[in-house]
Each structure stands twice: as structure tokens, then as C-alpha cells.
Design a protein around this ligand. Structure first.
Ligand code: FAD
Length: 286
């Protein structure tokens, strides 16, 4: 089923999982998916390496496991910057063979050690390319606190409009901890004429190293109340995990009350955390 049709019926709720690194065993993510069986998120997305870590082939196996094992609609992430048109054609053919209808079309981060290929410069190039090659549902990424390559939010949102005009059916945000940043961004997208559904990306922070890594990587701002909670429990792993779950639930309840189109939960392959959050908000999603 195409994900865009889901937004017409309800507030969408999705999980994101990642395939293991080249050096890890695929069983680790299969275990997570097994533990998530019985839950019925609207879809589960599977990340895909932009090149370098060598786990791209595993992503297909994880996607098939989501579809056949969990009986949940999968979405494959597809970063294009290090792929040629021929390579993307091969990936799209594999998607068709496996019955994968939903693709998150991405540029991917530019790795200073890997010179980008020339066929796709931006995610919007991939969106148009996929559109011409099959009947896929296409999602795009967006950034409530501005993508790091953009000079400012106006520039970033005007570029996002190009991605939507190219054919992105719906959007998923980068993680954020400050809902006001999301509301401000959502209002600006509407002014810019972007009217596709936007899912809010929520990452439950459950350990200290995760906070530092996420903030450096994504530039997400930390509201004072979030920083206070994390500081108070940083030396107590169990309390920090529970506080992180509670913070994410509060964020989601506020977003739902403010009419968000969907919630995309970055599970970090942690089934315990994903289950707790799912159970706490499931009745609010109808
Ligand atoms: P784009 O939409 O191309 O934007 C990148 C930058 O270029 C922005 O600053 C934008 O404003 C600018 N831009 C866009 N179009 C134009 C234009 N026409 N002219 C000028 N400037 C333009 N990465 C992975 O490698 N694998 C994953 O599985 C993965 N999953 C992700 C999931 C989500 C929900 C999100 C939010 C990100 C994910 N990423 C993933 C990270 C993503 O690849 C990076 O953030 C990357 O740097 C940008 O990708 P994009 O698709 O947003 O790029």
C-alpha cells in the first residue's frame, strides 16, 4: 500500500530501523523486528548507506523481513549522491521485484573521502527520476532547524518546495526536541505553498552518548527543560532511559494535539523503547 493514502485516513505513525554495520550480524536487527511483532505501526522505514559502510545490500533483506515477517508496509531509504543512474535503475528494479512501493528519496551526506557521482546532485533530481520509472510512493526529508548546507531557512524551504514540485508525496523531518521549532517550520512551509503531509521525526534519547552524537550530527537545539532532565539523570542509565521515553511521549502528545500529520519514531533499533512509546500513544492516533 502507498503511504500517501494512509494520511488520508488517519494520523500516521511509523518506525525507523537501520541495517547492521558491515561488521555486525544481521540477526541484531532481526531480533529487534521480532520484538516489534504484534505492533501495528503504519510503516517501518529502513535506512540505506550513502556509501562507505557497505551495508546497502542488507537493507533489502531487512525491508523484506519487515514486509513478510512483521507484515508491516516497508519504506526503503535511498540516498543518491554516490550512485549512477544505472545503479539507481538496478535498485528500483530490485524494489519492484520485492514489492517495495515506498521510497524515501534522499541526497545522502557528502563524504569527503568519496567523490560524489555526477548523475544526481540533489534529492529532487532523484524524486523526478523515480517518478519517471515506476509507480512508487516517494517521500522526502526536511529540516525544521535548517539543513546544514543551507544559509538560512528561506533558502532551505524554497529548495524543499522544488523537491515537492518534483513529486515528493510526503515529508519526514529530521529529529528535533523543541516542538516550537517544528510548528514554526510547518507554518513557513504552508506559506511557501508546500501542502503535502509532514511527519515529525522523534528520537527518544535514552543514553548520554546518543545526545552528544545527535546534537553534533543534526544541530538539533536542546530546550532548557530537556537539558535539565538529561543532566539530572546522566549517571543513572535506567532513569535516563525512562526520562528519555517520557520526554518523547510528551513531545508526541503535544504534536498530536496540534494536528501533526504523522509521527516517525527513530527507534535506534531499541524495541523496548519503541514499544513503550507506541503503547503510550496508540489510542491517540485513531
Ligand atoms: P536535499 O533535499 O538534496 O538537500 C540537501 C541540501 O541541498 C539542503 O541544504 C537543500 O536546501 C539544498 N538543495 C536542495 N535542492 C537544491 C537545489 N535544487 N538547488 C540548490 N540547493 C538545493 N542519509 C543516508 O545516507 N541514509 C539514510 O537512510 C538517511 N535517512 C534519512 C532519513 C531522514 C528522515 C532524514 C531527515 C535524513 C536522512 N538521511 C539519510 C540524511 C540525509 O541524507 C542528509 O541529511 C543529507 O545531507 C541531505 O539529504 P536530503 O535528501 O535532505 O537532500
Amino acid at each position: 500500500m502507498k503511504i500517501k493514502e494512509m494520511f488520508e485516513k488517519k494520523t500516521v505513525f511509523s518506525f525507523e530501523v537501520f541495517p547492521p554495520k558491515k561488521t555486525s550480524n544481521i540477526e541484531t536487527v532481526y531480533k529487534t523486528l521480532d520484538e516489534l511483532k504484534g505492533l501495528t505501526p503504519d510503516f517501518i522505514s529502513v535506512t540505506f548507506s550513502a556509501g562507505g559502510s557497505g551495508n546497502s545490500a542488507l537493507a533489502f533483506d531487512v525491508v523484506s523481513k519487515v514486509k513478510e515477517g512483521n507484515k508491516v508496509e516497508p519504506m526503503l531509504h535511498l540516498p543518491c549522491i554516490n550512485y549512477s543512474k544505472e545503479e539507481i535503475d538496478g535498485i528500483l528494479e530490485e524494489c519492484k521485484k520485492r514489492g517495495i512501493d515506498n521510497i524515501l528519496a534522499l541526497r545522502g551526506d557528502i563524504n569527503p573521502d568519496i567523490p560524489p557521482k555526477k548523475d544526481f546532485r540533489y534529492a529532487s533530481d532523484l524524486v523526478s527520476y523515480i517518478k519517471e520509472r515506476g509507480d512508487f510512493d516517494i517521500a522526502g526529508a526536511c529540516y525544521p532547524e535548517v539543513h546544514s548546507d543551507s544559509a538560512n531557512m528561506v533558502e532551505d524551504i524554497l529548495n524543499l518546495k522544488k523537491k515537492v514540485d518534483a513529486g515528493a508525496d510526503h515529508l519526514i523531518t529530521q529529529l528535533f526536541f523543541d516542538n516550537d521549532a517544528f510548528y514554526n517550520f510547518r507554518e513557513k512551509t504552508q506559506i511557501a505553498g508546500i501542502h503535502v503531509p509532514i511527519e515529525a521525526g522523534i528520537m527518544p534519547v535514552t543514553n548520554k552518548s546518543q545526545i552528544e552524537r545527535m546534537v553534533t550530527m543534526c544541530g538539533a537545539s536542546l530546550p532548557a527543560k530537556f537539558a535539565k532532565v538529561m543532566q539530572k539523570y546522566e549517571h543513572n542509565p535506567e532513569a535516563l532511559r525512562d526520562a528519555g521515553i517520557a520526554y518523547a511521549i510528551n513531545q508526541i502528545v503535544d504534536l498530536l494535539a496540534n494536528g501533526v500529520d504523522g509521527i516517525h519514531l527513530y527507534t535506534m533499533n531499541n524495541a523496548y523503547v519503541a514499544k513503550h512509546i507506541y503503547d503510550a500513544v496508540a489510542s491517540l492516533l485513531k
